[in-house]
Design a binder for this molecule. Structure first.
Ligand code: URA
Length: 241
């Protein structure tokens, strides 16, 4: 969403809207390093606005871990008016967004932040952040399936990176298996596609952990701020510290 720069300056508490307009016409305001003297130029949250050379203070950085329930969309808004993960947050004033996504019918661990740099890095394949999923699938997962999952299977014409795969149990009555899969890529619907490629369609999916973070102490729909040492550890992992 973009806003007029004089409004953004006023909202940052630097000056009244009228005083902000004067600062602009006097050439004291820069947007992304360029002086602007026209009123009404619009900026969005990615633009850097400086007044007298000093950047407007940005929102404090926040880091949240959520137990996403099924039936909620991983997005900041939805044109079909479905419930989003943002609707589940209370007491968060900052404009946070999800790091990566979980499908509408997938539950489990989701991180949210307004720290764009951490988001970029955690979702970059180079850092190989491990995510563990528990899937309930149709049919019996055999050793050969596990081997293929570990070695990589072809989805969307490209082989997946080596993964960790474990059978947790097979239910003879329902002919379903519970399998744990740890991957470090983040391709679209990756877990569902990997298992479907072996003829084991996923019936239920949940993300149990994200690197060293897990859902201990959280129920579906709950969230909490990450602790300082957890933020530090995440940053270290992606060379931000
Ligand atoms: N893989 C999927 O198929 N779905 C998810 O929500 C996450 C990983």
């Amino acid at each position: 969403m973009s806003e007029r720069v004089q409004k953004v300056i006023a909202q940052a508490g630097i000056a009244s809207r009228r005083k902000a307009e004067t600062l602009i016409t006097e050439g004291k305001v820069e947007i992304n390093g360029e002086v602007v003297t026209q009123l009404g130029v619009k900026v969005n949250k990615n633009d850097e606005v400086r007044v007298n050379g000093i950047p407007l203070t940005k929102e404090p950085l926040v880091y949240i871990i959520m137990y996403k329930p099924r039936g909620v969309i991983t997005s900041v808004s939805d044109d079909k008016h479905r419930k989003t993960v943002i609707d589940l947050l209370d007491n968060v004033q900052e404009r946070v967004y999800p790091i990566g996504r979980l499908d509408y019918d997938t539950s489990g661990l989701l991180l949210l932040t307004n720290d764009g740099e951490l988001d970029n890095r955690l979702t970059h394949p180079k850092y190989e952040v491990e995510k563990t999923y528990i899937a309930k699938v149709k049919g019996e997962i055999k050793n050969d399936d596990l081997k293929q999952l570990r070695n990589g299977v072809v989805i969307d014409k490209k082989k997946t990176a080596p993964a960790k795969a474990k059978l947790i149990r097979f239910n003879r009555d329902s002919k379903t298996s519970i399998v744990s899969l740890t991957i470090h890529e983040g391709r679209n619907h990756q877990v569902k596609k990997m298992l479907a490629s072996l003829d084991h369609p996923v019936m239920k999916l949940s993300r149990e952990s994200y690197s060293f973070l897990n859902l201990k102490g959280l129920n579906p729909g709950d969230s909490r701020s990450l602790k300082p040492h957890e933020i530090e550890e995440l940053k270290k992992m992606v060379k931000l510290k």
